[in-house]
Design a protein around this ligand. Structure first.
Ligand SMILES: *[C@@H]1O[C@H](CO)[C@@H](O)[C@H](O)[C@H]1NC(C)=O
Ligand SMILES: *[C@@H]1O[C@H](CO)[C@@H](O)[C@H](O)[C@H]1NC(C)=O
Ligand SMILES: *[C@@H]1O[C@H](CO)[C@@H](O)[C@H](O)[C@H]1NC(C)=O
Ligand SMILES: *[C@@H]1O[C@H](CO)[C@@H](O)[C@H](O)[C@H]1NC(C)=O
Ligand SMILES: *[C@@H]1O[C@H](CO)[C@@H](O)[C@H](O)[C@H]1NC(C)=O
Ligand SMILES: *[C@@H]1O[C@H](CO)[C@@H](O)[C@H](O)[C@H]1NC(C)=O
Ligand SMILES: *[C@@H]1O[C@H](CO)[C@@H](O)[C@H](O)[C@H]1NC(C)=O
Length: 483
């Protein structure tokens, strides 16, 4: 029978194992650091128009660029052109490629040795490519070792996915080192997208991919205010981050996020679209190459490419995936009147009457948040708006419609029925320590998690209950909170 180890022996073994582990760790750590320190950037003659900014949004010195970042440095007179830009040998390489099936393939990517810009680089990334339909190609890049946030799949409709890939209108080529992907149109072999123009970056909070484009006729992305429908490709960076802001001239970051662009290839109308399925804050840079760079601070890189013979067809392909906009009621296209604080029900009545007397045609009257009791959804301020429902009946008799505001921030208070019902059903957004609480219009609020089907049910119930007391015709749903 084996002798039992003494306490001292156990402690000694633990000690030696710890030292050994520490050694191995240090060995790798130091090795990696040395390897990064020894990294020599490859900076061939990269045309100015093709530079990918190595210090986006920052002004760096030559030393910071070449010594710390190990990027290429070359000042030029045009201050829009990045002086510090990525070398050709940054990025990832393919270490294995699996399963070259008829409907797609996967590959394992490994980070090449280069210094990290922001730390926490993903060492091993997974690449998945799918030939989804004859006109739609999908590829995504995620972290093999850690689960990262992905937009819930029910957002998109993949029911048209095909297994017959004998007639694809595109074909794909992958370069191993540094990793890049090229998507071509079958009919004329035109390269639609080519990521070899810049390195893949995949860190915890910094994901980037650039595409060389076949033409400068680029449309889409948003929401922003710019004068021309067609994009200006002269080093323009557009952030995409939704907030409650009015669309005034030159304004960026408005209510909606559209991470999609369309590129018109030639005068025949042949076009393609690119959609990044990612809900994190991001920005896109348009450059004269022509090229486009997507940068985001979370999630994964999840791209859908759509081909069409016309721009309309590309938009149809895109909507097939993300869903079509709802058909608005006819009246909602009419003239509408809205502001905050008309001065209670009497002020509101005066405005309606004044417009009617002046015979100004209009179809819709709104009420902003002041109709609510204490800014709480599904309530009315009985003092400032007594008999509001009678007023609405009058509007309806005159053929007008009435729209009320709603804010998806629900007051966290046990006296408030919508909060109690929602809490009972657990429909709020969860954080690390229970439901997320923030400052909303009524005070401390919780936030409905619309990706939860139970939440949709709760939200619908609240509206139909409230509609029994107030016959509104539409709701204007505003971002959670602001100001
Ligand atoms: C390819 O992947 C599919 C689905 O994961 C699997 O059923 C199949 O066996 C794989 N084929 C090869 C050759 O690895
Ligand atoms: C998904 O797309 C198919 C057509 O490809 C359509 O019939 C179906 O209604 C769509 N589903 C949803 C939920 O929009
Ligand atoms: C796949 O599509 C091609 C071209 O449309 C067609 O000729 C072929 O019969 C299809 N194959 C199958 C298995 O459906
Ligand atoms: C694009 O922007 C640049 C720089 O702001 C400007 O000089 C140029 O005139 C613009 N081009 C077009 C076509 O508007
Ligand atoms: C509210 O309406 C009722 C009946 O329609 C009426 O008797 C009452 O005077 C109204 N109250 C106000 C404050 O207008
Ligand atoms: C809501 O408010 C109550 C009382 O102030 C508090 O105990 C609770 O932790 C708050 N948070 C949530 C998510 O309900
Ligand atoms: C809220 O919950 C109460 C109690 O369960 C129920 O009577 C009421 O109908 C619910 N209201 C809504 C709008 O769901």
């Amino acid at each position: 029978m084996a002798r039992k180890l003494t306490v001292l022996e156990v402690l000694l073994i633990i000690f030696f194992l710890t030292v050994l582990a520490l050694d191995i760790f240090l060995m790798f750590f130091v090795f990696e650091k040395t390897e990064e320190a020894a990294f020599v950037p490859e900076c061939p003659e990269i045309p100015e128009s093709e530079r990918i900014d190595c210090a986006p949004g920052q002004v760096v010195s030559e030393d910071a660029c070449s010594q710390q970042r190990k990027c290429c440095w070359k000042p030029v007179p045009d201050i829009n052109v990045p002086w510090c830009f990525f070398p050709r040998n940054w990025g990832y390489h393919i270490i294995s490629r699996q399963n070259d099936t008829k409907t797609g393939f996967t590959a394992q990517l490994e980070k090449l040795s280069f210094p990290s810009l922001f730390g926490y680089d993903v060492k091993e990334a997974g690449f998945t490519a799918e030939y989804q339909t004859s006109n739609r190609f999908h590829f995504k890049i995620n972290d093999i070792n850690n689960r990262r946030y992905e937009v819930p799949p029910e957002i998109i409709n993949l029911s048209d996915r095909t297994t017959n890939t004998s007639n694809l209108n595109y074909y794909v080529e992958v370069i191993d080192k540094p990793f890049s992907i090229k998507i071509m149109r079958t009919s004329n072999k035109r390269v639609l997208l080519d990521t070899s123009i810049g390195p893949l970056q995949f860190a915890q909070q910094y994901l980037q991919l650039s595409f060389r484009l076949p033409s400068t006729a680029v449309y889409g992305l948003g929401e922003h205010v710019h004068q021309e429908y067609r994009h200006n490709m002269t080093w323009k960076t557009w952030p995409i981050f939704t907030r409650d802001a009015a669309p005034t001239k030159g304004m960026i970051n408005l209510y909606g996020a559209h991470t999609f662009f369309l590129c018109l290839e030639d005068t025949s109308g042949a076009s393609f679209g690119v959609f990044l399925l990612n809900s994190n804050a991001m920005e896109v840079t348009l450059k004269p190459a022509p090229a486009i760079t997507y940068r985001t601070i979370g999630g994964i890189l999840d791209f859908y490419i759509f081909l069409g013979n016309t721009p309309e067809q590309v938009v149809q392909e895109y909507l097939e995936l993300i869903g079509r906009p709802f058909m608005p009621p006819y009246w909602s296209l009419g003239f509408q009147l809205s502001r905050r604080n008309y001065g209670g029900i009497n002020g509101l009545k005066k405005v309606v009457d004044r417009n009617r007397v002046a015979q100004i045609p209009y179809d819709v009257q709104y009420s902003d948040i002041d109709y609510m009791d204490g800014n709480k959804d599904f309530t009315t301020d009985e003092k400032a708006f007594p008999n509001l429902s009678n007023f609405i009946n009058d509007l309806h008799k005159q053929g007008l419609k009435y729209v009320i505001i709603m804010n998806p921030g629900i007051l966290n208070n046990s006296d408030y029925q919508p909060y109690m019902n929602g809490s009972h059903k657990r429909v709020w957004i969860l954080g690390d320590n229970g439901f997320v609480v923030g400052q909303g219009y009524p005070g401390w609020t919780v936030f409905p998690d619309y990706s939860n089907p139970t939440c949709t049910q709760w939200w619908t119930e609240q509206f139909s209950e409230f509609h029994k007391t107030l016959k509104f015709d539409g709701v204007w749903i505003v971002s959670c909170y602001s100001g």
